[in-house]
Design a protein around this ligand. Structure first.
Ligand code: ASP
Length: 337
């Protein structure tokens, strides 16, 4: 994920332990670059197909997905292939191989996928397998279940011929070691960065599918699972209406069943942009919302091919490939204070 916007954290305490959440910031050069990007404040009404959108700046992933779509591939194949690009990218420290580990040094992946029929598959707390999104697809297509977790998910993946790999790269190990020093002296305040790749595509037949994949919050508690593998939270697709994927602090997305909410708001007539904004509103307008200390972002597409994206804080972006243009679009955001 080139020029990925990383998010720093403020403190968030829960269950007696410190759990990081997100806020802003990245390298100055990246900020400048992003300032020049157009804010996606209104719904894009261009509707030519096929199209693919993804969270963050992942032009290689959207390019791969578009290659599949242009070759008359399905939206399902496109989102799987697109997500695999970032899972294999060891430089991306929030997805697949090279993802930052939990507090104990384990890289654990969450992923899910959903097709035009409303079928879905998901893996949670998957270890030692790079392509979690493909395992999720296998769960969807080759088992009577929707979700496999932990050892069972890994065993299933190995049985399906997936390669066992050590996902903890030297760079992530180093980052984890550095974090451990900090955590010793500042047990409440953690700093971590995170972002999930979530992707939605509409193929030449007008059918919609979606997928998302992540290593979750860096330095999370062992066993923690976020929103990304939870159908309706991290991802939801209804081929009659549209689709949505989420990124950011998964706990907040789960509490509002964010992606399902966005799709239901579109069903009620809202544009993708309006729906994303209202779903963020549900989080920030809660009494005592701590939103200043975490980030959540949504991207969405409707059946007409209109798209939208919105986040709590600045520097969330969407990559969109449509009509031969593969571009990063800076999202509008709530917290302008
Ligand atoms: N939503 C993911 C999670 O909470 C993390 C992210 O998007 O950065 O696991």
């Amino acid at each position: 994920m080139k020029r990925r916007i990383f998010i720093k954290n403020a403190a968030l305490t829960g269950a007696g332990v410190a759990v990081g959440s997100s806020l802003l910031s990245c390298a100055d050069s990246e900020n400048k670059e992003n300032k020049e990007l157009e804010i996606a404040s209104t719904t894009n009404s261009k509707a030519s197909l096929p199209l693919v959108i993804a969270t963050w700046h992942v032009i290689d992933a959207t390019a791969k997905a578009m290659e599949v779509l242009e070759a008359d591939g399905t939206a399902l194949d496109a989102v799987e292939q697109g997500c695999r690009v970032e899972e294999a990218n060891e430089k991306g420290q929030s997805v697949g191989k090279g993802g930052l580990p939990d507090r104990e040094g384990n890289v654990t992946l969450d992923a899910c996928i959903m097709d035009k029929h409303g079928n879905c598959g998901s893996v949670v707390y998957l270890q030692n397998i790079t392509h979690a999104v493909s395992v999720a697809r296998k769960v969807m297509e080759d088992t009577p279940h929707v979700m496999l977790a932990g050892k069972g998910a890994e065993q299933f993946a190995l049985e399906q011929g997936f390669k066992k790999e050590n996902l903890l790269t030297e760079a992530s190990k180093k980052a984890w070691s550095a974090w451990k020093v900090e955590s010793k002296y500042k047990p409440i305040i953690n700093i971590e960065n995170h972002d999930t790749i979530g992707m939605l595509a509409i193929d030449k037949n007008g059918d919609i599918s979606g997928a998302c994949t992540t290593s979750g919050l860096a330095y999370k508690m062992a066993g923690r699972v976020g929103d990304s593998p939870i159908i309706g939270s991290g991802l939801f697709v209804d081929n009659e209406i549209g689709g949505c994927v989420a990124t950011g602090l998964g706990e907040e997305v789960v509490k509002t069943v964010g992606s399902f909410l966005v799709v239901e708001l579109m069903r009620q007539g809202k544009s993708p942009q309006q729906a994303c904004e209202e779903a963020i509103g549900r989080i920030v307008n809660k009494p005592n919302s701590d939103y200043k200390n975490f980030q959540v972002g949504y991207i969405a597409v409707n059946k007409k091919g209109e798209t939208g994206s919105y986040s709590i804080h600045q520097w969330f972006s969407m990559t969109k490939f449509q009509d031969g243009v593969n571009e990063q679009i800076q999202s509008d955001f709530f917290n302008k204070a």
